[in-house]
Write a protein that binds this ligand. Sequence first.
Ligand code: MN3
Length: 224
Amino acid sequence: MKHILPPLPYDYAALEPHIDARTMKLHHDMHHASYVEKLNAELEKYPELDERTATWLLRNRGKVPEAARKSVHNNAGGHVNHSMLWRAMSPDGGGEPTGALADAIKRDFGSFAKFKTSFAEAGGKVFGSGWVWLVSVRQDGGKLQVETTTGHDNPLTQGHFPLLVNDVWEHAYYLKHENRRPEYLAGWWAVTNWEEAARRFVLASGAVAGELEDEAGLSVATMA
Ligand code: MN3
C-alpha cells in the first residue's frame, strides 16, 4: 500500500486573504507531499507494515521497528495532521458552530468566545513547531478540551479524538504573517470549517467504536 497525498479540497487561493495562495501551494504540494514521500520510502524496507494505515502507525509506535520508529512517526504524523488540517478549513468557513457541537463547547468552555480565546492562546504558546487542537476525550465522557502537540504528534496517540486542528509551524503562516503568529491565529476563524468539526464530533460521540475511515481514506480511529 502506498500512502497518497489527498488533493486540496479547494483552490490554492480559496482561503485568501486569510491564507495566501503561495503558502497553500508550498504547504500542500511541497511540505505535505514530502511527508508522504518519506513515509513511503521508509516503509519500503518493512513489508510487514505494508497494510497499515497512517493512523495505525501513529498509534502503534512501539510496533514499528526501532530503526524506523522516529522517521515513521514524524512522517505519518505529518501526513495525518495535514490531511485533517485541509479539511478543518473552508472558503465557506467562519461563523460559529451550531447544534450539539455548539452545546458541548458551551458546556466545557463556558462560551464560544472563551473557547476561541483558549485555542488561540494555546496555539500562540506552542514553542517551536507544533499544532493546536480541539479534541474530544472519550475516557472523560467526551469532554472537549484544547491541546497542543509538538513536531507532528497527534492527540490520537493519547486516545483523544481531534475535532479541529490548526498548524502553527512557521511554514503555515510566515510568508504572509512573518513572525506574527497571533495575527494568523486571529484571522484563521474566518476560514474555520465548523461543518467538518461537527461531522467529526458525531464520529467521536457516536456509538461507533474502533476503526473509522474518513473521506481522505485515512483511518481516524477512536479508542474503543
Ligand atoms: Mn504544516
